[in-house]
Design a protein. Structure first.
Length: 427
């Protein structure tokens, strides 16, 4: 796959001619919301094998070989040029595809009271590209029973696509992670026994292959108690022939304090779990000031700390499938509007706003003025930002990627998965 960034004056037809494709192929691959109104700065995935590089000042075959992980001699051979011939500015070079490592991919699906047709359709589209599917969530009740989410056809979709169902268990109460409920569970052995019985009976009844604990905002003093609870759950999982995974807050040190971080001991939990999901997103969040949701620098720092505490092949990098639209100037107490990458592009087209790209954060954004004269800033994800994260996954040797959450269309993401990785299937 090649990523093309739309320039001023380009049309889908002219772009297609550049790559020897039809406009319809590119529109279909990107599920373009605006095929007749491309946005300057919009990233398009071009469905070709390999990619192209247009020579820039300072480029040499040796430097390009390092960049694209191919020898200068092989780059010269596939382009039928001399290895020692100087390159011309603007010269087009073909970059052959590189070997694709195997990786795991998970996606959460969060039905609100019911599974909507749109969410089910998005789950069906994503399933061929997934290792795990995680309906969110089975909520712990104070008597140790579980409140179940609606599942509809999720088990059948998982089965048909060789996807392992992940049973997400949370301490959510009233829509918020409950510190009090977490403390009750972690300090009452009888309650734990009841809860674990219910978890594993439910998993067997519904065909789940992984028990996934997403217990957040736990009492800081229960750091070791949480690890001990997970050890008990892991022993039960092994006897039942199931996997066990854990969602972890994005930490950068063992000493990091706070109700979201302290009880998540990367070292202990990394030793216990079959794998973990690092929730490496929400730097930019709905209640905070405008900024990228998952800027590459902070994400890298979190993951580098994680691999210092546990094997890299146990780590799924968390990745958002959404962005936010903030009203400016930002005022504390206001809430940004979440939107999908597709909706962000459609909004930019409607507002005639050029998309910019922050090279440091590796994230796209744009500004616009609404009908009431208010300024807005939109940060979202596109093919470039996802490719940057995939490069990081490969560089660090991680197990794969976990998405929060389905129901927010992003067709480019699934194309790039298949271009970069071989998706493991575990059923």
């Amino acid at each position: 796959m090649h990523i093309h960034v739309v320039e001023q004056g380009q049309s889908l037809t002219s772009i297609a001619q550049t790559y020897g494709l039809s406009a319809e192929e590119i529109a279909r691959s990107n599920d373009l919301p605006n095929p007749d109104q491309l946005v300057v700065g919009q990233a398009l995935v071009i469905p070709i094998t390999g990619s192209y590089h247009w020579v820039q000042p300072g480029d040499t075959l040796y430097l390009l070989g390092q960049r694209y992980q191919i020898s200068a001699a092989e780059l010269a051979r596939v382009n039928r040029i001399s290895q020692y011939q100087p390159l011309s500015i603007g010269q087009r070079l073909y970059i052959p595809p590189r070997p694709r490592p195997a990786a795991d991919f998970n996606a959460y699906a969060e039905p609100q009271r019911q599974v909507t047709p749109a969410l089910e359709a998005d789950v069906r589209r994503a399933a061929p590209h997934l290792t795990y599917l995680a309906p969110f969530s089975f909520r712990i009740l104070r008597d140790g029973s579980l409140a179940r989410p609606p599942l509809n056809d999720f088990p059948a979709i998982a089965r048909d696509n060789q996807v392992l169902l992940m049973m997400v268990v949370t301490n959510l109460e009233g829509g918020q992670f409950s510190t009090e409920l977490g403390g009750l569970v972690l300090n009452d052995e009888s309650l734990q026994n009841t809860l674990l019985d219910n978890i594993f009976n439910t998993a067997q009844e519904l065909g789940f292959g992984d028990i996934h604990f997403d217990m957040e905002a736990l009492p800081p003093e229960d750091r070791d108690a949480y690890a001990e609870f997970l050890r008990r759950a892991k022993a039960r999982a092994e006897r039942a022939g199931l996997m066990l995974s854990v969602a972890l807050a994005p930490k950068t040190s063992a000493e990091q304090q706070g109700r979201w971080y302290t009880a998540h001991d990367y070292g202990q939990i990394g030793e216990i779990a079959d794998f973990v999901v690092i929730m490496s997103y929400e730097w930019g969040y709905s209640g905070g000031p405008p900024m990228p949701v998952s800027p590459i620098g902070p994400v890298r720092r979190v993951l580098q700390y994680a691999i210092s505490e546990m094997p890299a092949d146990k780590i799924l990098m968390g990745q958002n499938l959404y962005g936010y639209d903030w009203t400016l100037p930002y005022e504390p107490g206001t809430t940004a509007r979440a939107l999908s990458p597709q909706a962000a592009i459609a909004l930019a087209a409607r507002e005639n706003a050029a998309i910019q790209y922050d090279a440091q954060a590796q994230a796209p954004f744009f500004d616009y003025t609404d009908d009431e004269g208010r300024q807005h800033r939109v940060w979202f994800e596109d093919a470039r930002s996802i490719q940057a994260k995939f490069n990081l996954v490969k560089q660090l040797g991680l197990r794969g990627v976990s998405y929060w959450k389905l129901g927010l269309p992003f067709p480019q993401n699934w194309l790039l998965i298949e271009s970069n990785f071989r998706v493991r299937k575990r059923r």
